[in-house]
Design a protein around this ligand. Structure first.
Ligand code: M7G
Length: 331
């Protein structure tokens, strides 16, 4: 990264952090609470968490997915160490305690105990979690499924009509009942409009792992399979305005973005993923991610493209949809 770009990014992080503090203080004020009160409230939640099982963990990604309970409520807690930011190095070096582990010739290793504010773990809580949430985060073997247009109608569609995750969080965002202060850009048009905001997987501390989602205002487009040429204005609008908003806010040009849809998604309401190119976001592999630019072109050349094409995607061993494909003799 050039020095000017690095400076602009550092300035963005700094101004984001202070604006978030202001917003948080304002939200707490509105709730009649002090910021400190809110933070200690969050601590208390985890005090009552009883671990049942580690669903998956990764030493490389430095995360752990845990199934457990808050009293009698099933829950999933995700803990993830966050990247070390260049703009925190001075604080880290001056404010830490360093413990020597070993010294050998020119080599030495230490344990660095960072100050509290630089030692945070990103924590996500899903509660109450359904059986489907627990399976979503459980490490499982995957199988590639081949789905024709007819398979979609006879196997997938009936399954997702019965078994999908609730879309309440999506409607909360669209109706400004949640995450309203996180919105980066909105086009309120009911047909081609959308809300662009940080994905909850992104802590917004650095652009290296930038992850935003654009959620369409219009309802009823479940996935890629429902897209037709009549949706081109919507898709083009999300693509163009999404890229523009990201350039303005994060100073990241379109050439640095990976913009795509998942098939199968977890949530069947049209949304588009915007991640930084080079960041290996979960689900950005070729077996699941469809570039929005390709989707647009495919629909331009064939208005029924996604209705008729055979699509390939991975399903995990315990996914109910996989059982349906097996029962139909498709696997
Ligand atoms: P998806 O392709 O339907 O499924 O994407 P995936 O989760 O298997 O990738 C939905 C996206 O929405 C994911 O990137 C999630 O991390 C993100 N997401 C899910 N929830 C429940 C929320 C939420 O409550 N808020 C925000 N901001 N993002 C969410």
């Amino acid at each position: 990264m050039s020095e000017t770009a690095a400076k602009r990014e550092a300035n963005w992080v700094e101004s984001e952090n202070s604006s978030r503090k202001v917003k948080r203080a304002k939200a707490d004020e509105d709730n009649g609470q002090e910021e400190v009160g809110k933070e200690s409230e969050a601590e208390n939640i985890l005090h009552g968490f009883k671990t049942c099982k580690v669903l998956s963990d990764s030493a490389r990604e430095k995360n752990i997915f845990i199934h457990g309970k808050f009293a009698d409520k099933e829950a999933v807690v995700i803990l993830e160490k966050t990247p070390i930011r260049e703009d925190t190095l001075a604080d880290l070096f001056s404010g830490s305690v360093l413990k020597l582990e070993m010294k050998n010739d020119i080599y030495s290793t230490y344990r660095l105990q960072a100050p509290h504010h630089l030692n945070e773990i990103k924590t996500t809580v899903v509660c109450p979690a359904t059986e489907k949430h627990i399976k979503k985060y459980q490490r499982q073997e995957s199988f590639l499924v081949e789905e024709t247009g007819e398979d979609y109608e006879s196997i997938t569609l009936p399954y997702i009509q019965q078994q999908s995750f609730s879309l309440q969080w999506v409607y909360n965002i669209l109706e400004k009942n949640a995450e309203a202060d996180r919105i980066v850009f909105e086009d309120p048009d009911p047909k081609v409009g959308f809300v662009l905001l940080p994905d909850f997987k992104w802590d917004q501390k650095q652009v290296d792992d930038l992850y935003l989602i654009a959620i369409a205002h219009c309802r009823g487009i479940r996935s890629l399979r429902d897209l037709k040429s009549e949706h081109l204005p919507l898709l083009q609008n999300i693509f163009e305005k999404g890229k523009e908003a990201i350039m303005q806010r994060y100073n990241l040009p379109a050439s640095k973005l990976r913009v795509y849809l998942h098939y199968q998604p977890s949530y069947y309401h049209l949304h588009v993923h915007f991640t930084k190119l080079g960041y290996e976001a979960p689900g950005c592999g070729v077996e699941r991610a469809h570039l929005l630019a390709d989707v647009i072109q495919n629909l331009q050349s064939d208005f029924q493209y996604y209705k008729t094409r055979t699509l390939y995607f991975p399903l995990r061993a315990e996914d109910g949809l996989l059982s349906k494909f097996k029962e139909s003799g498709k696997l």
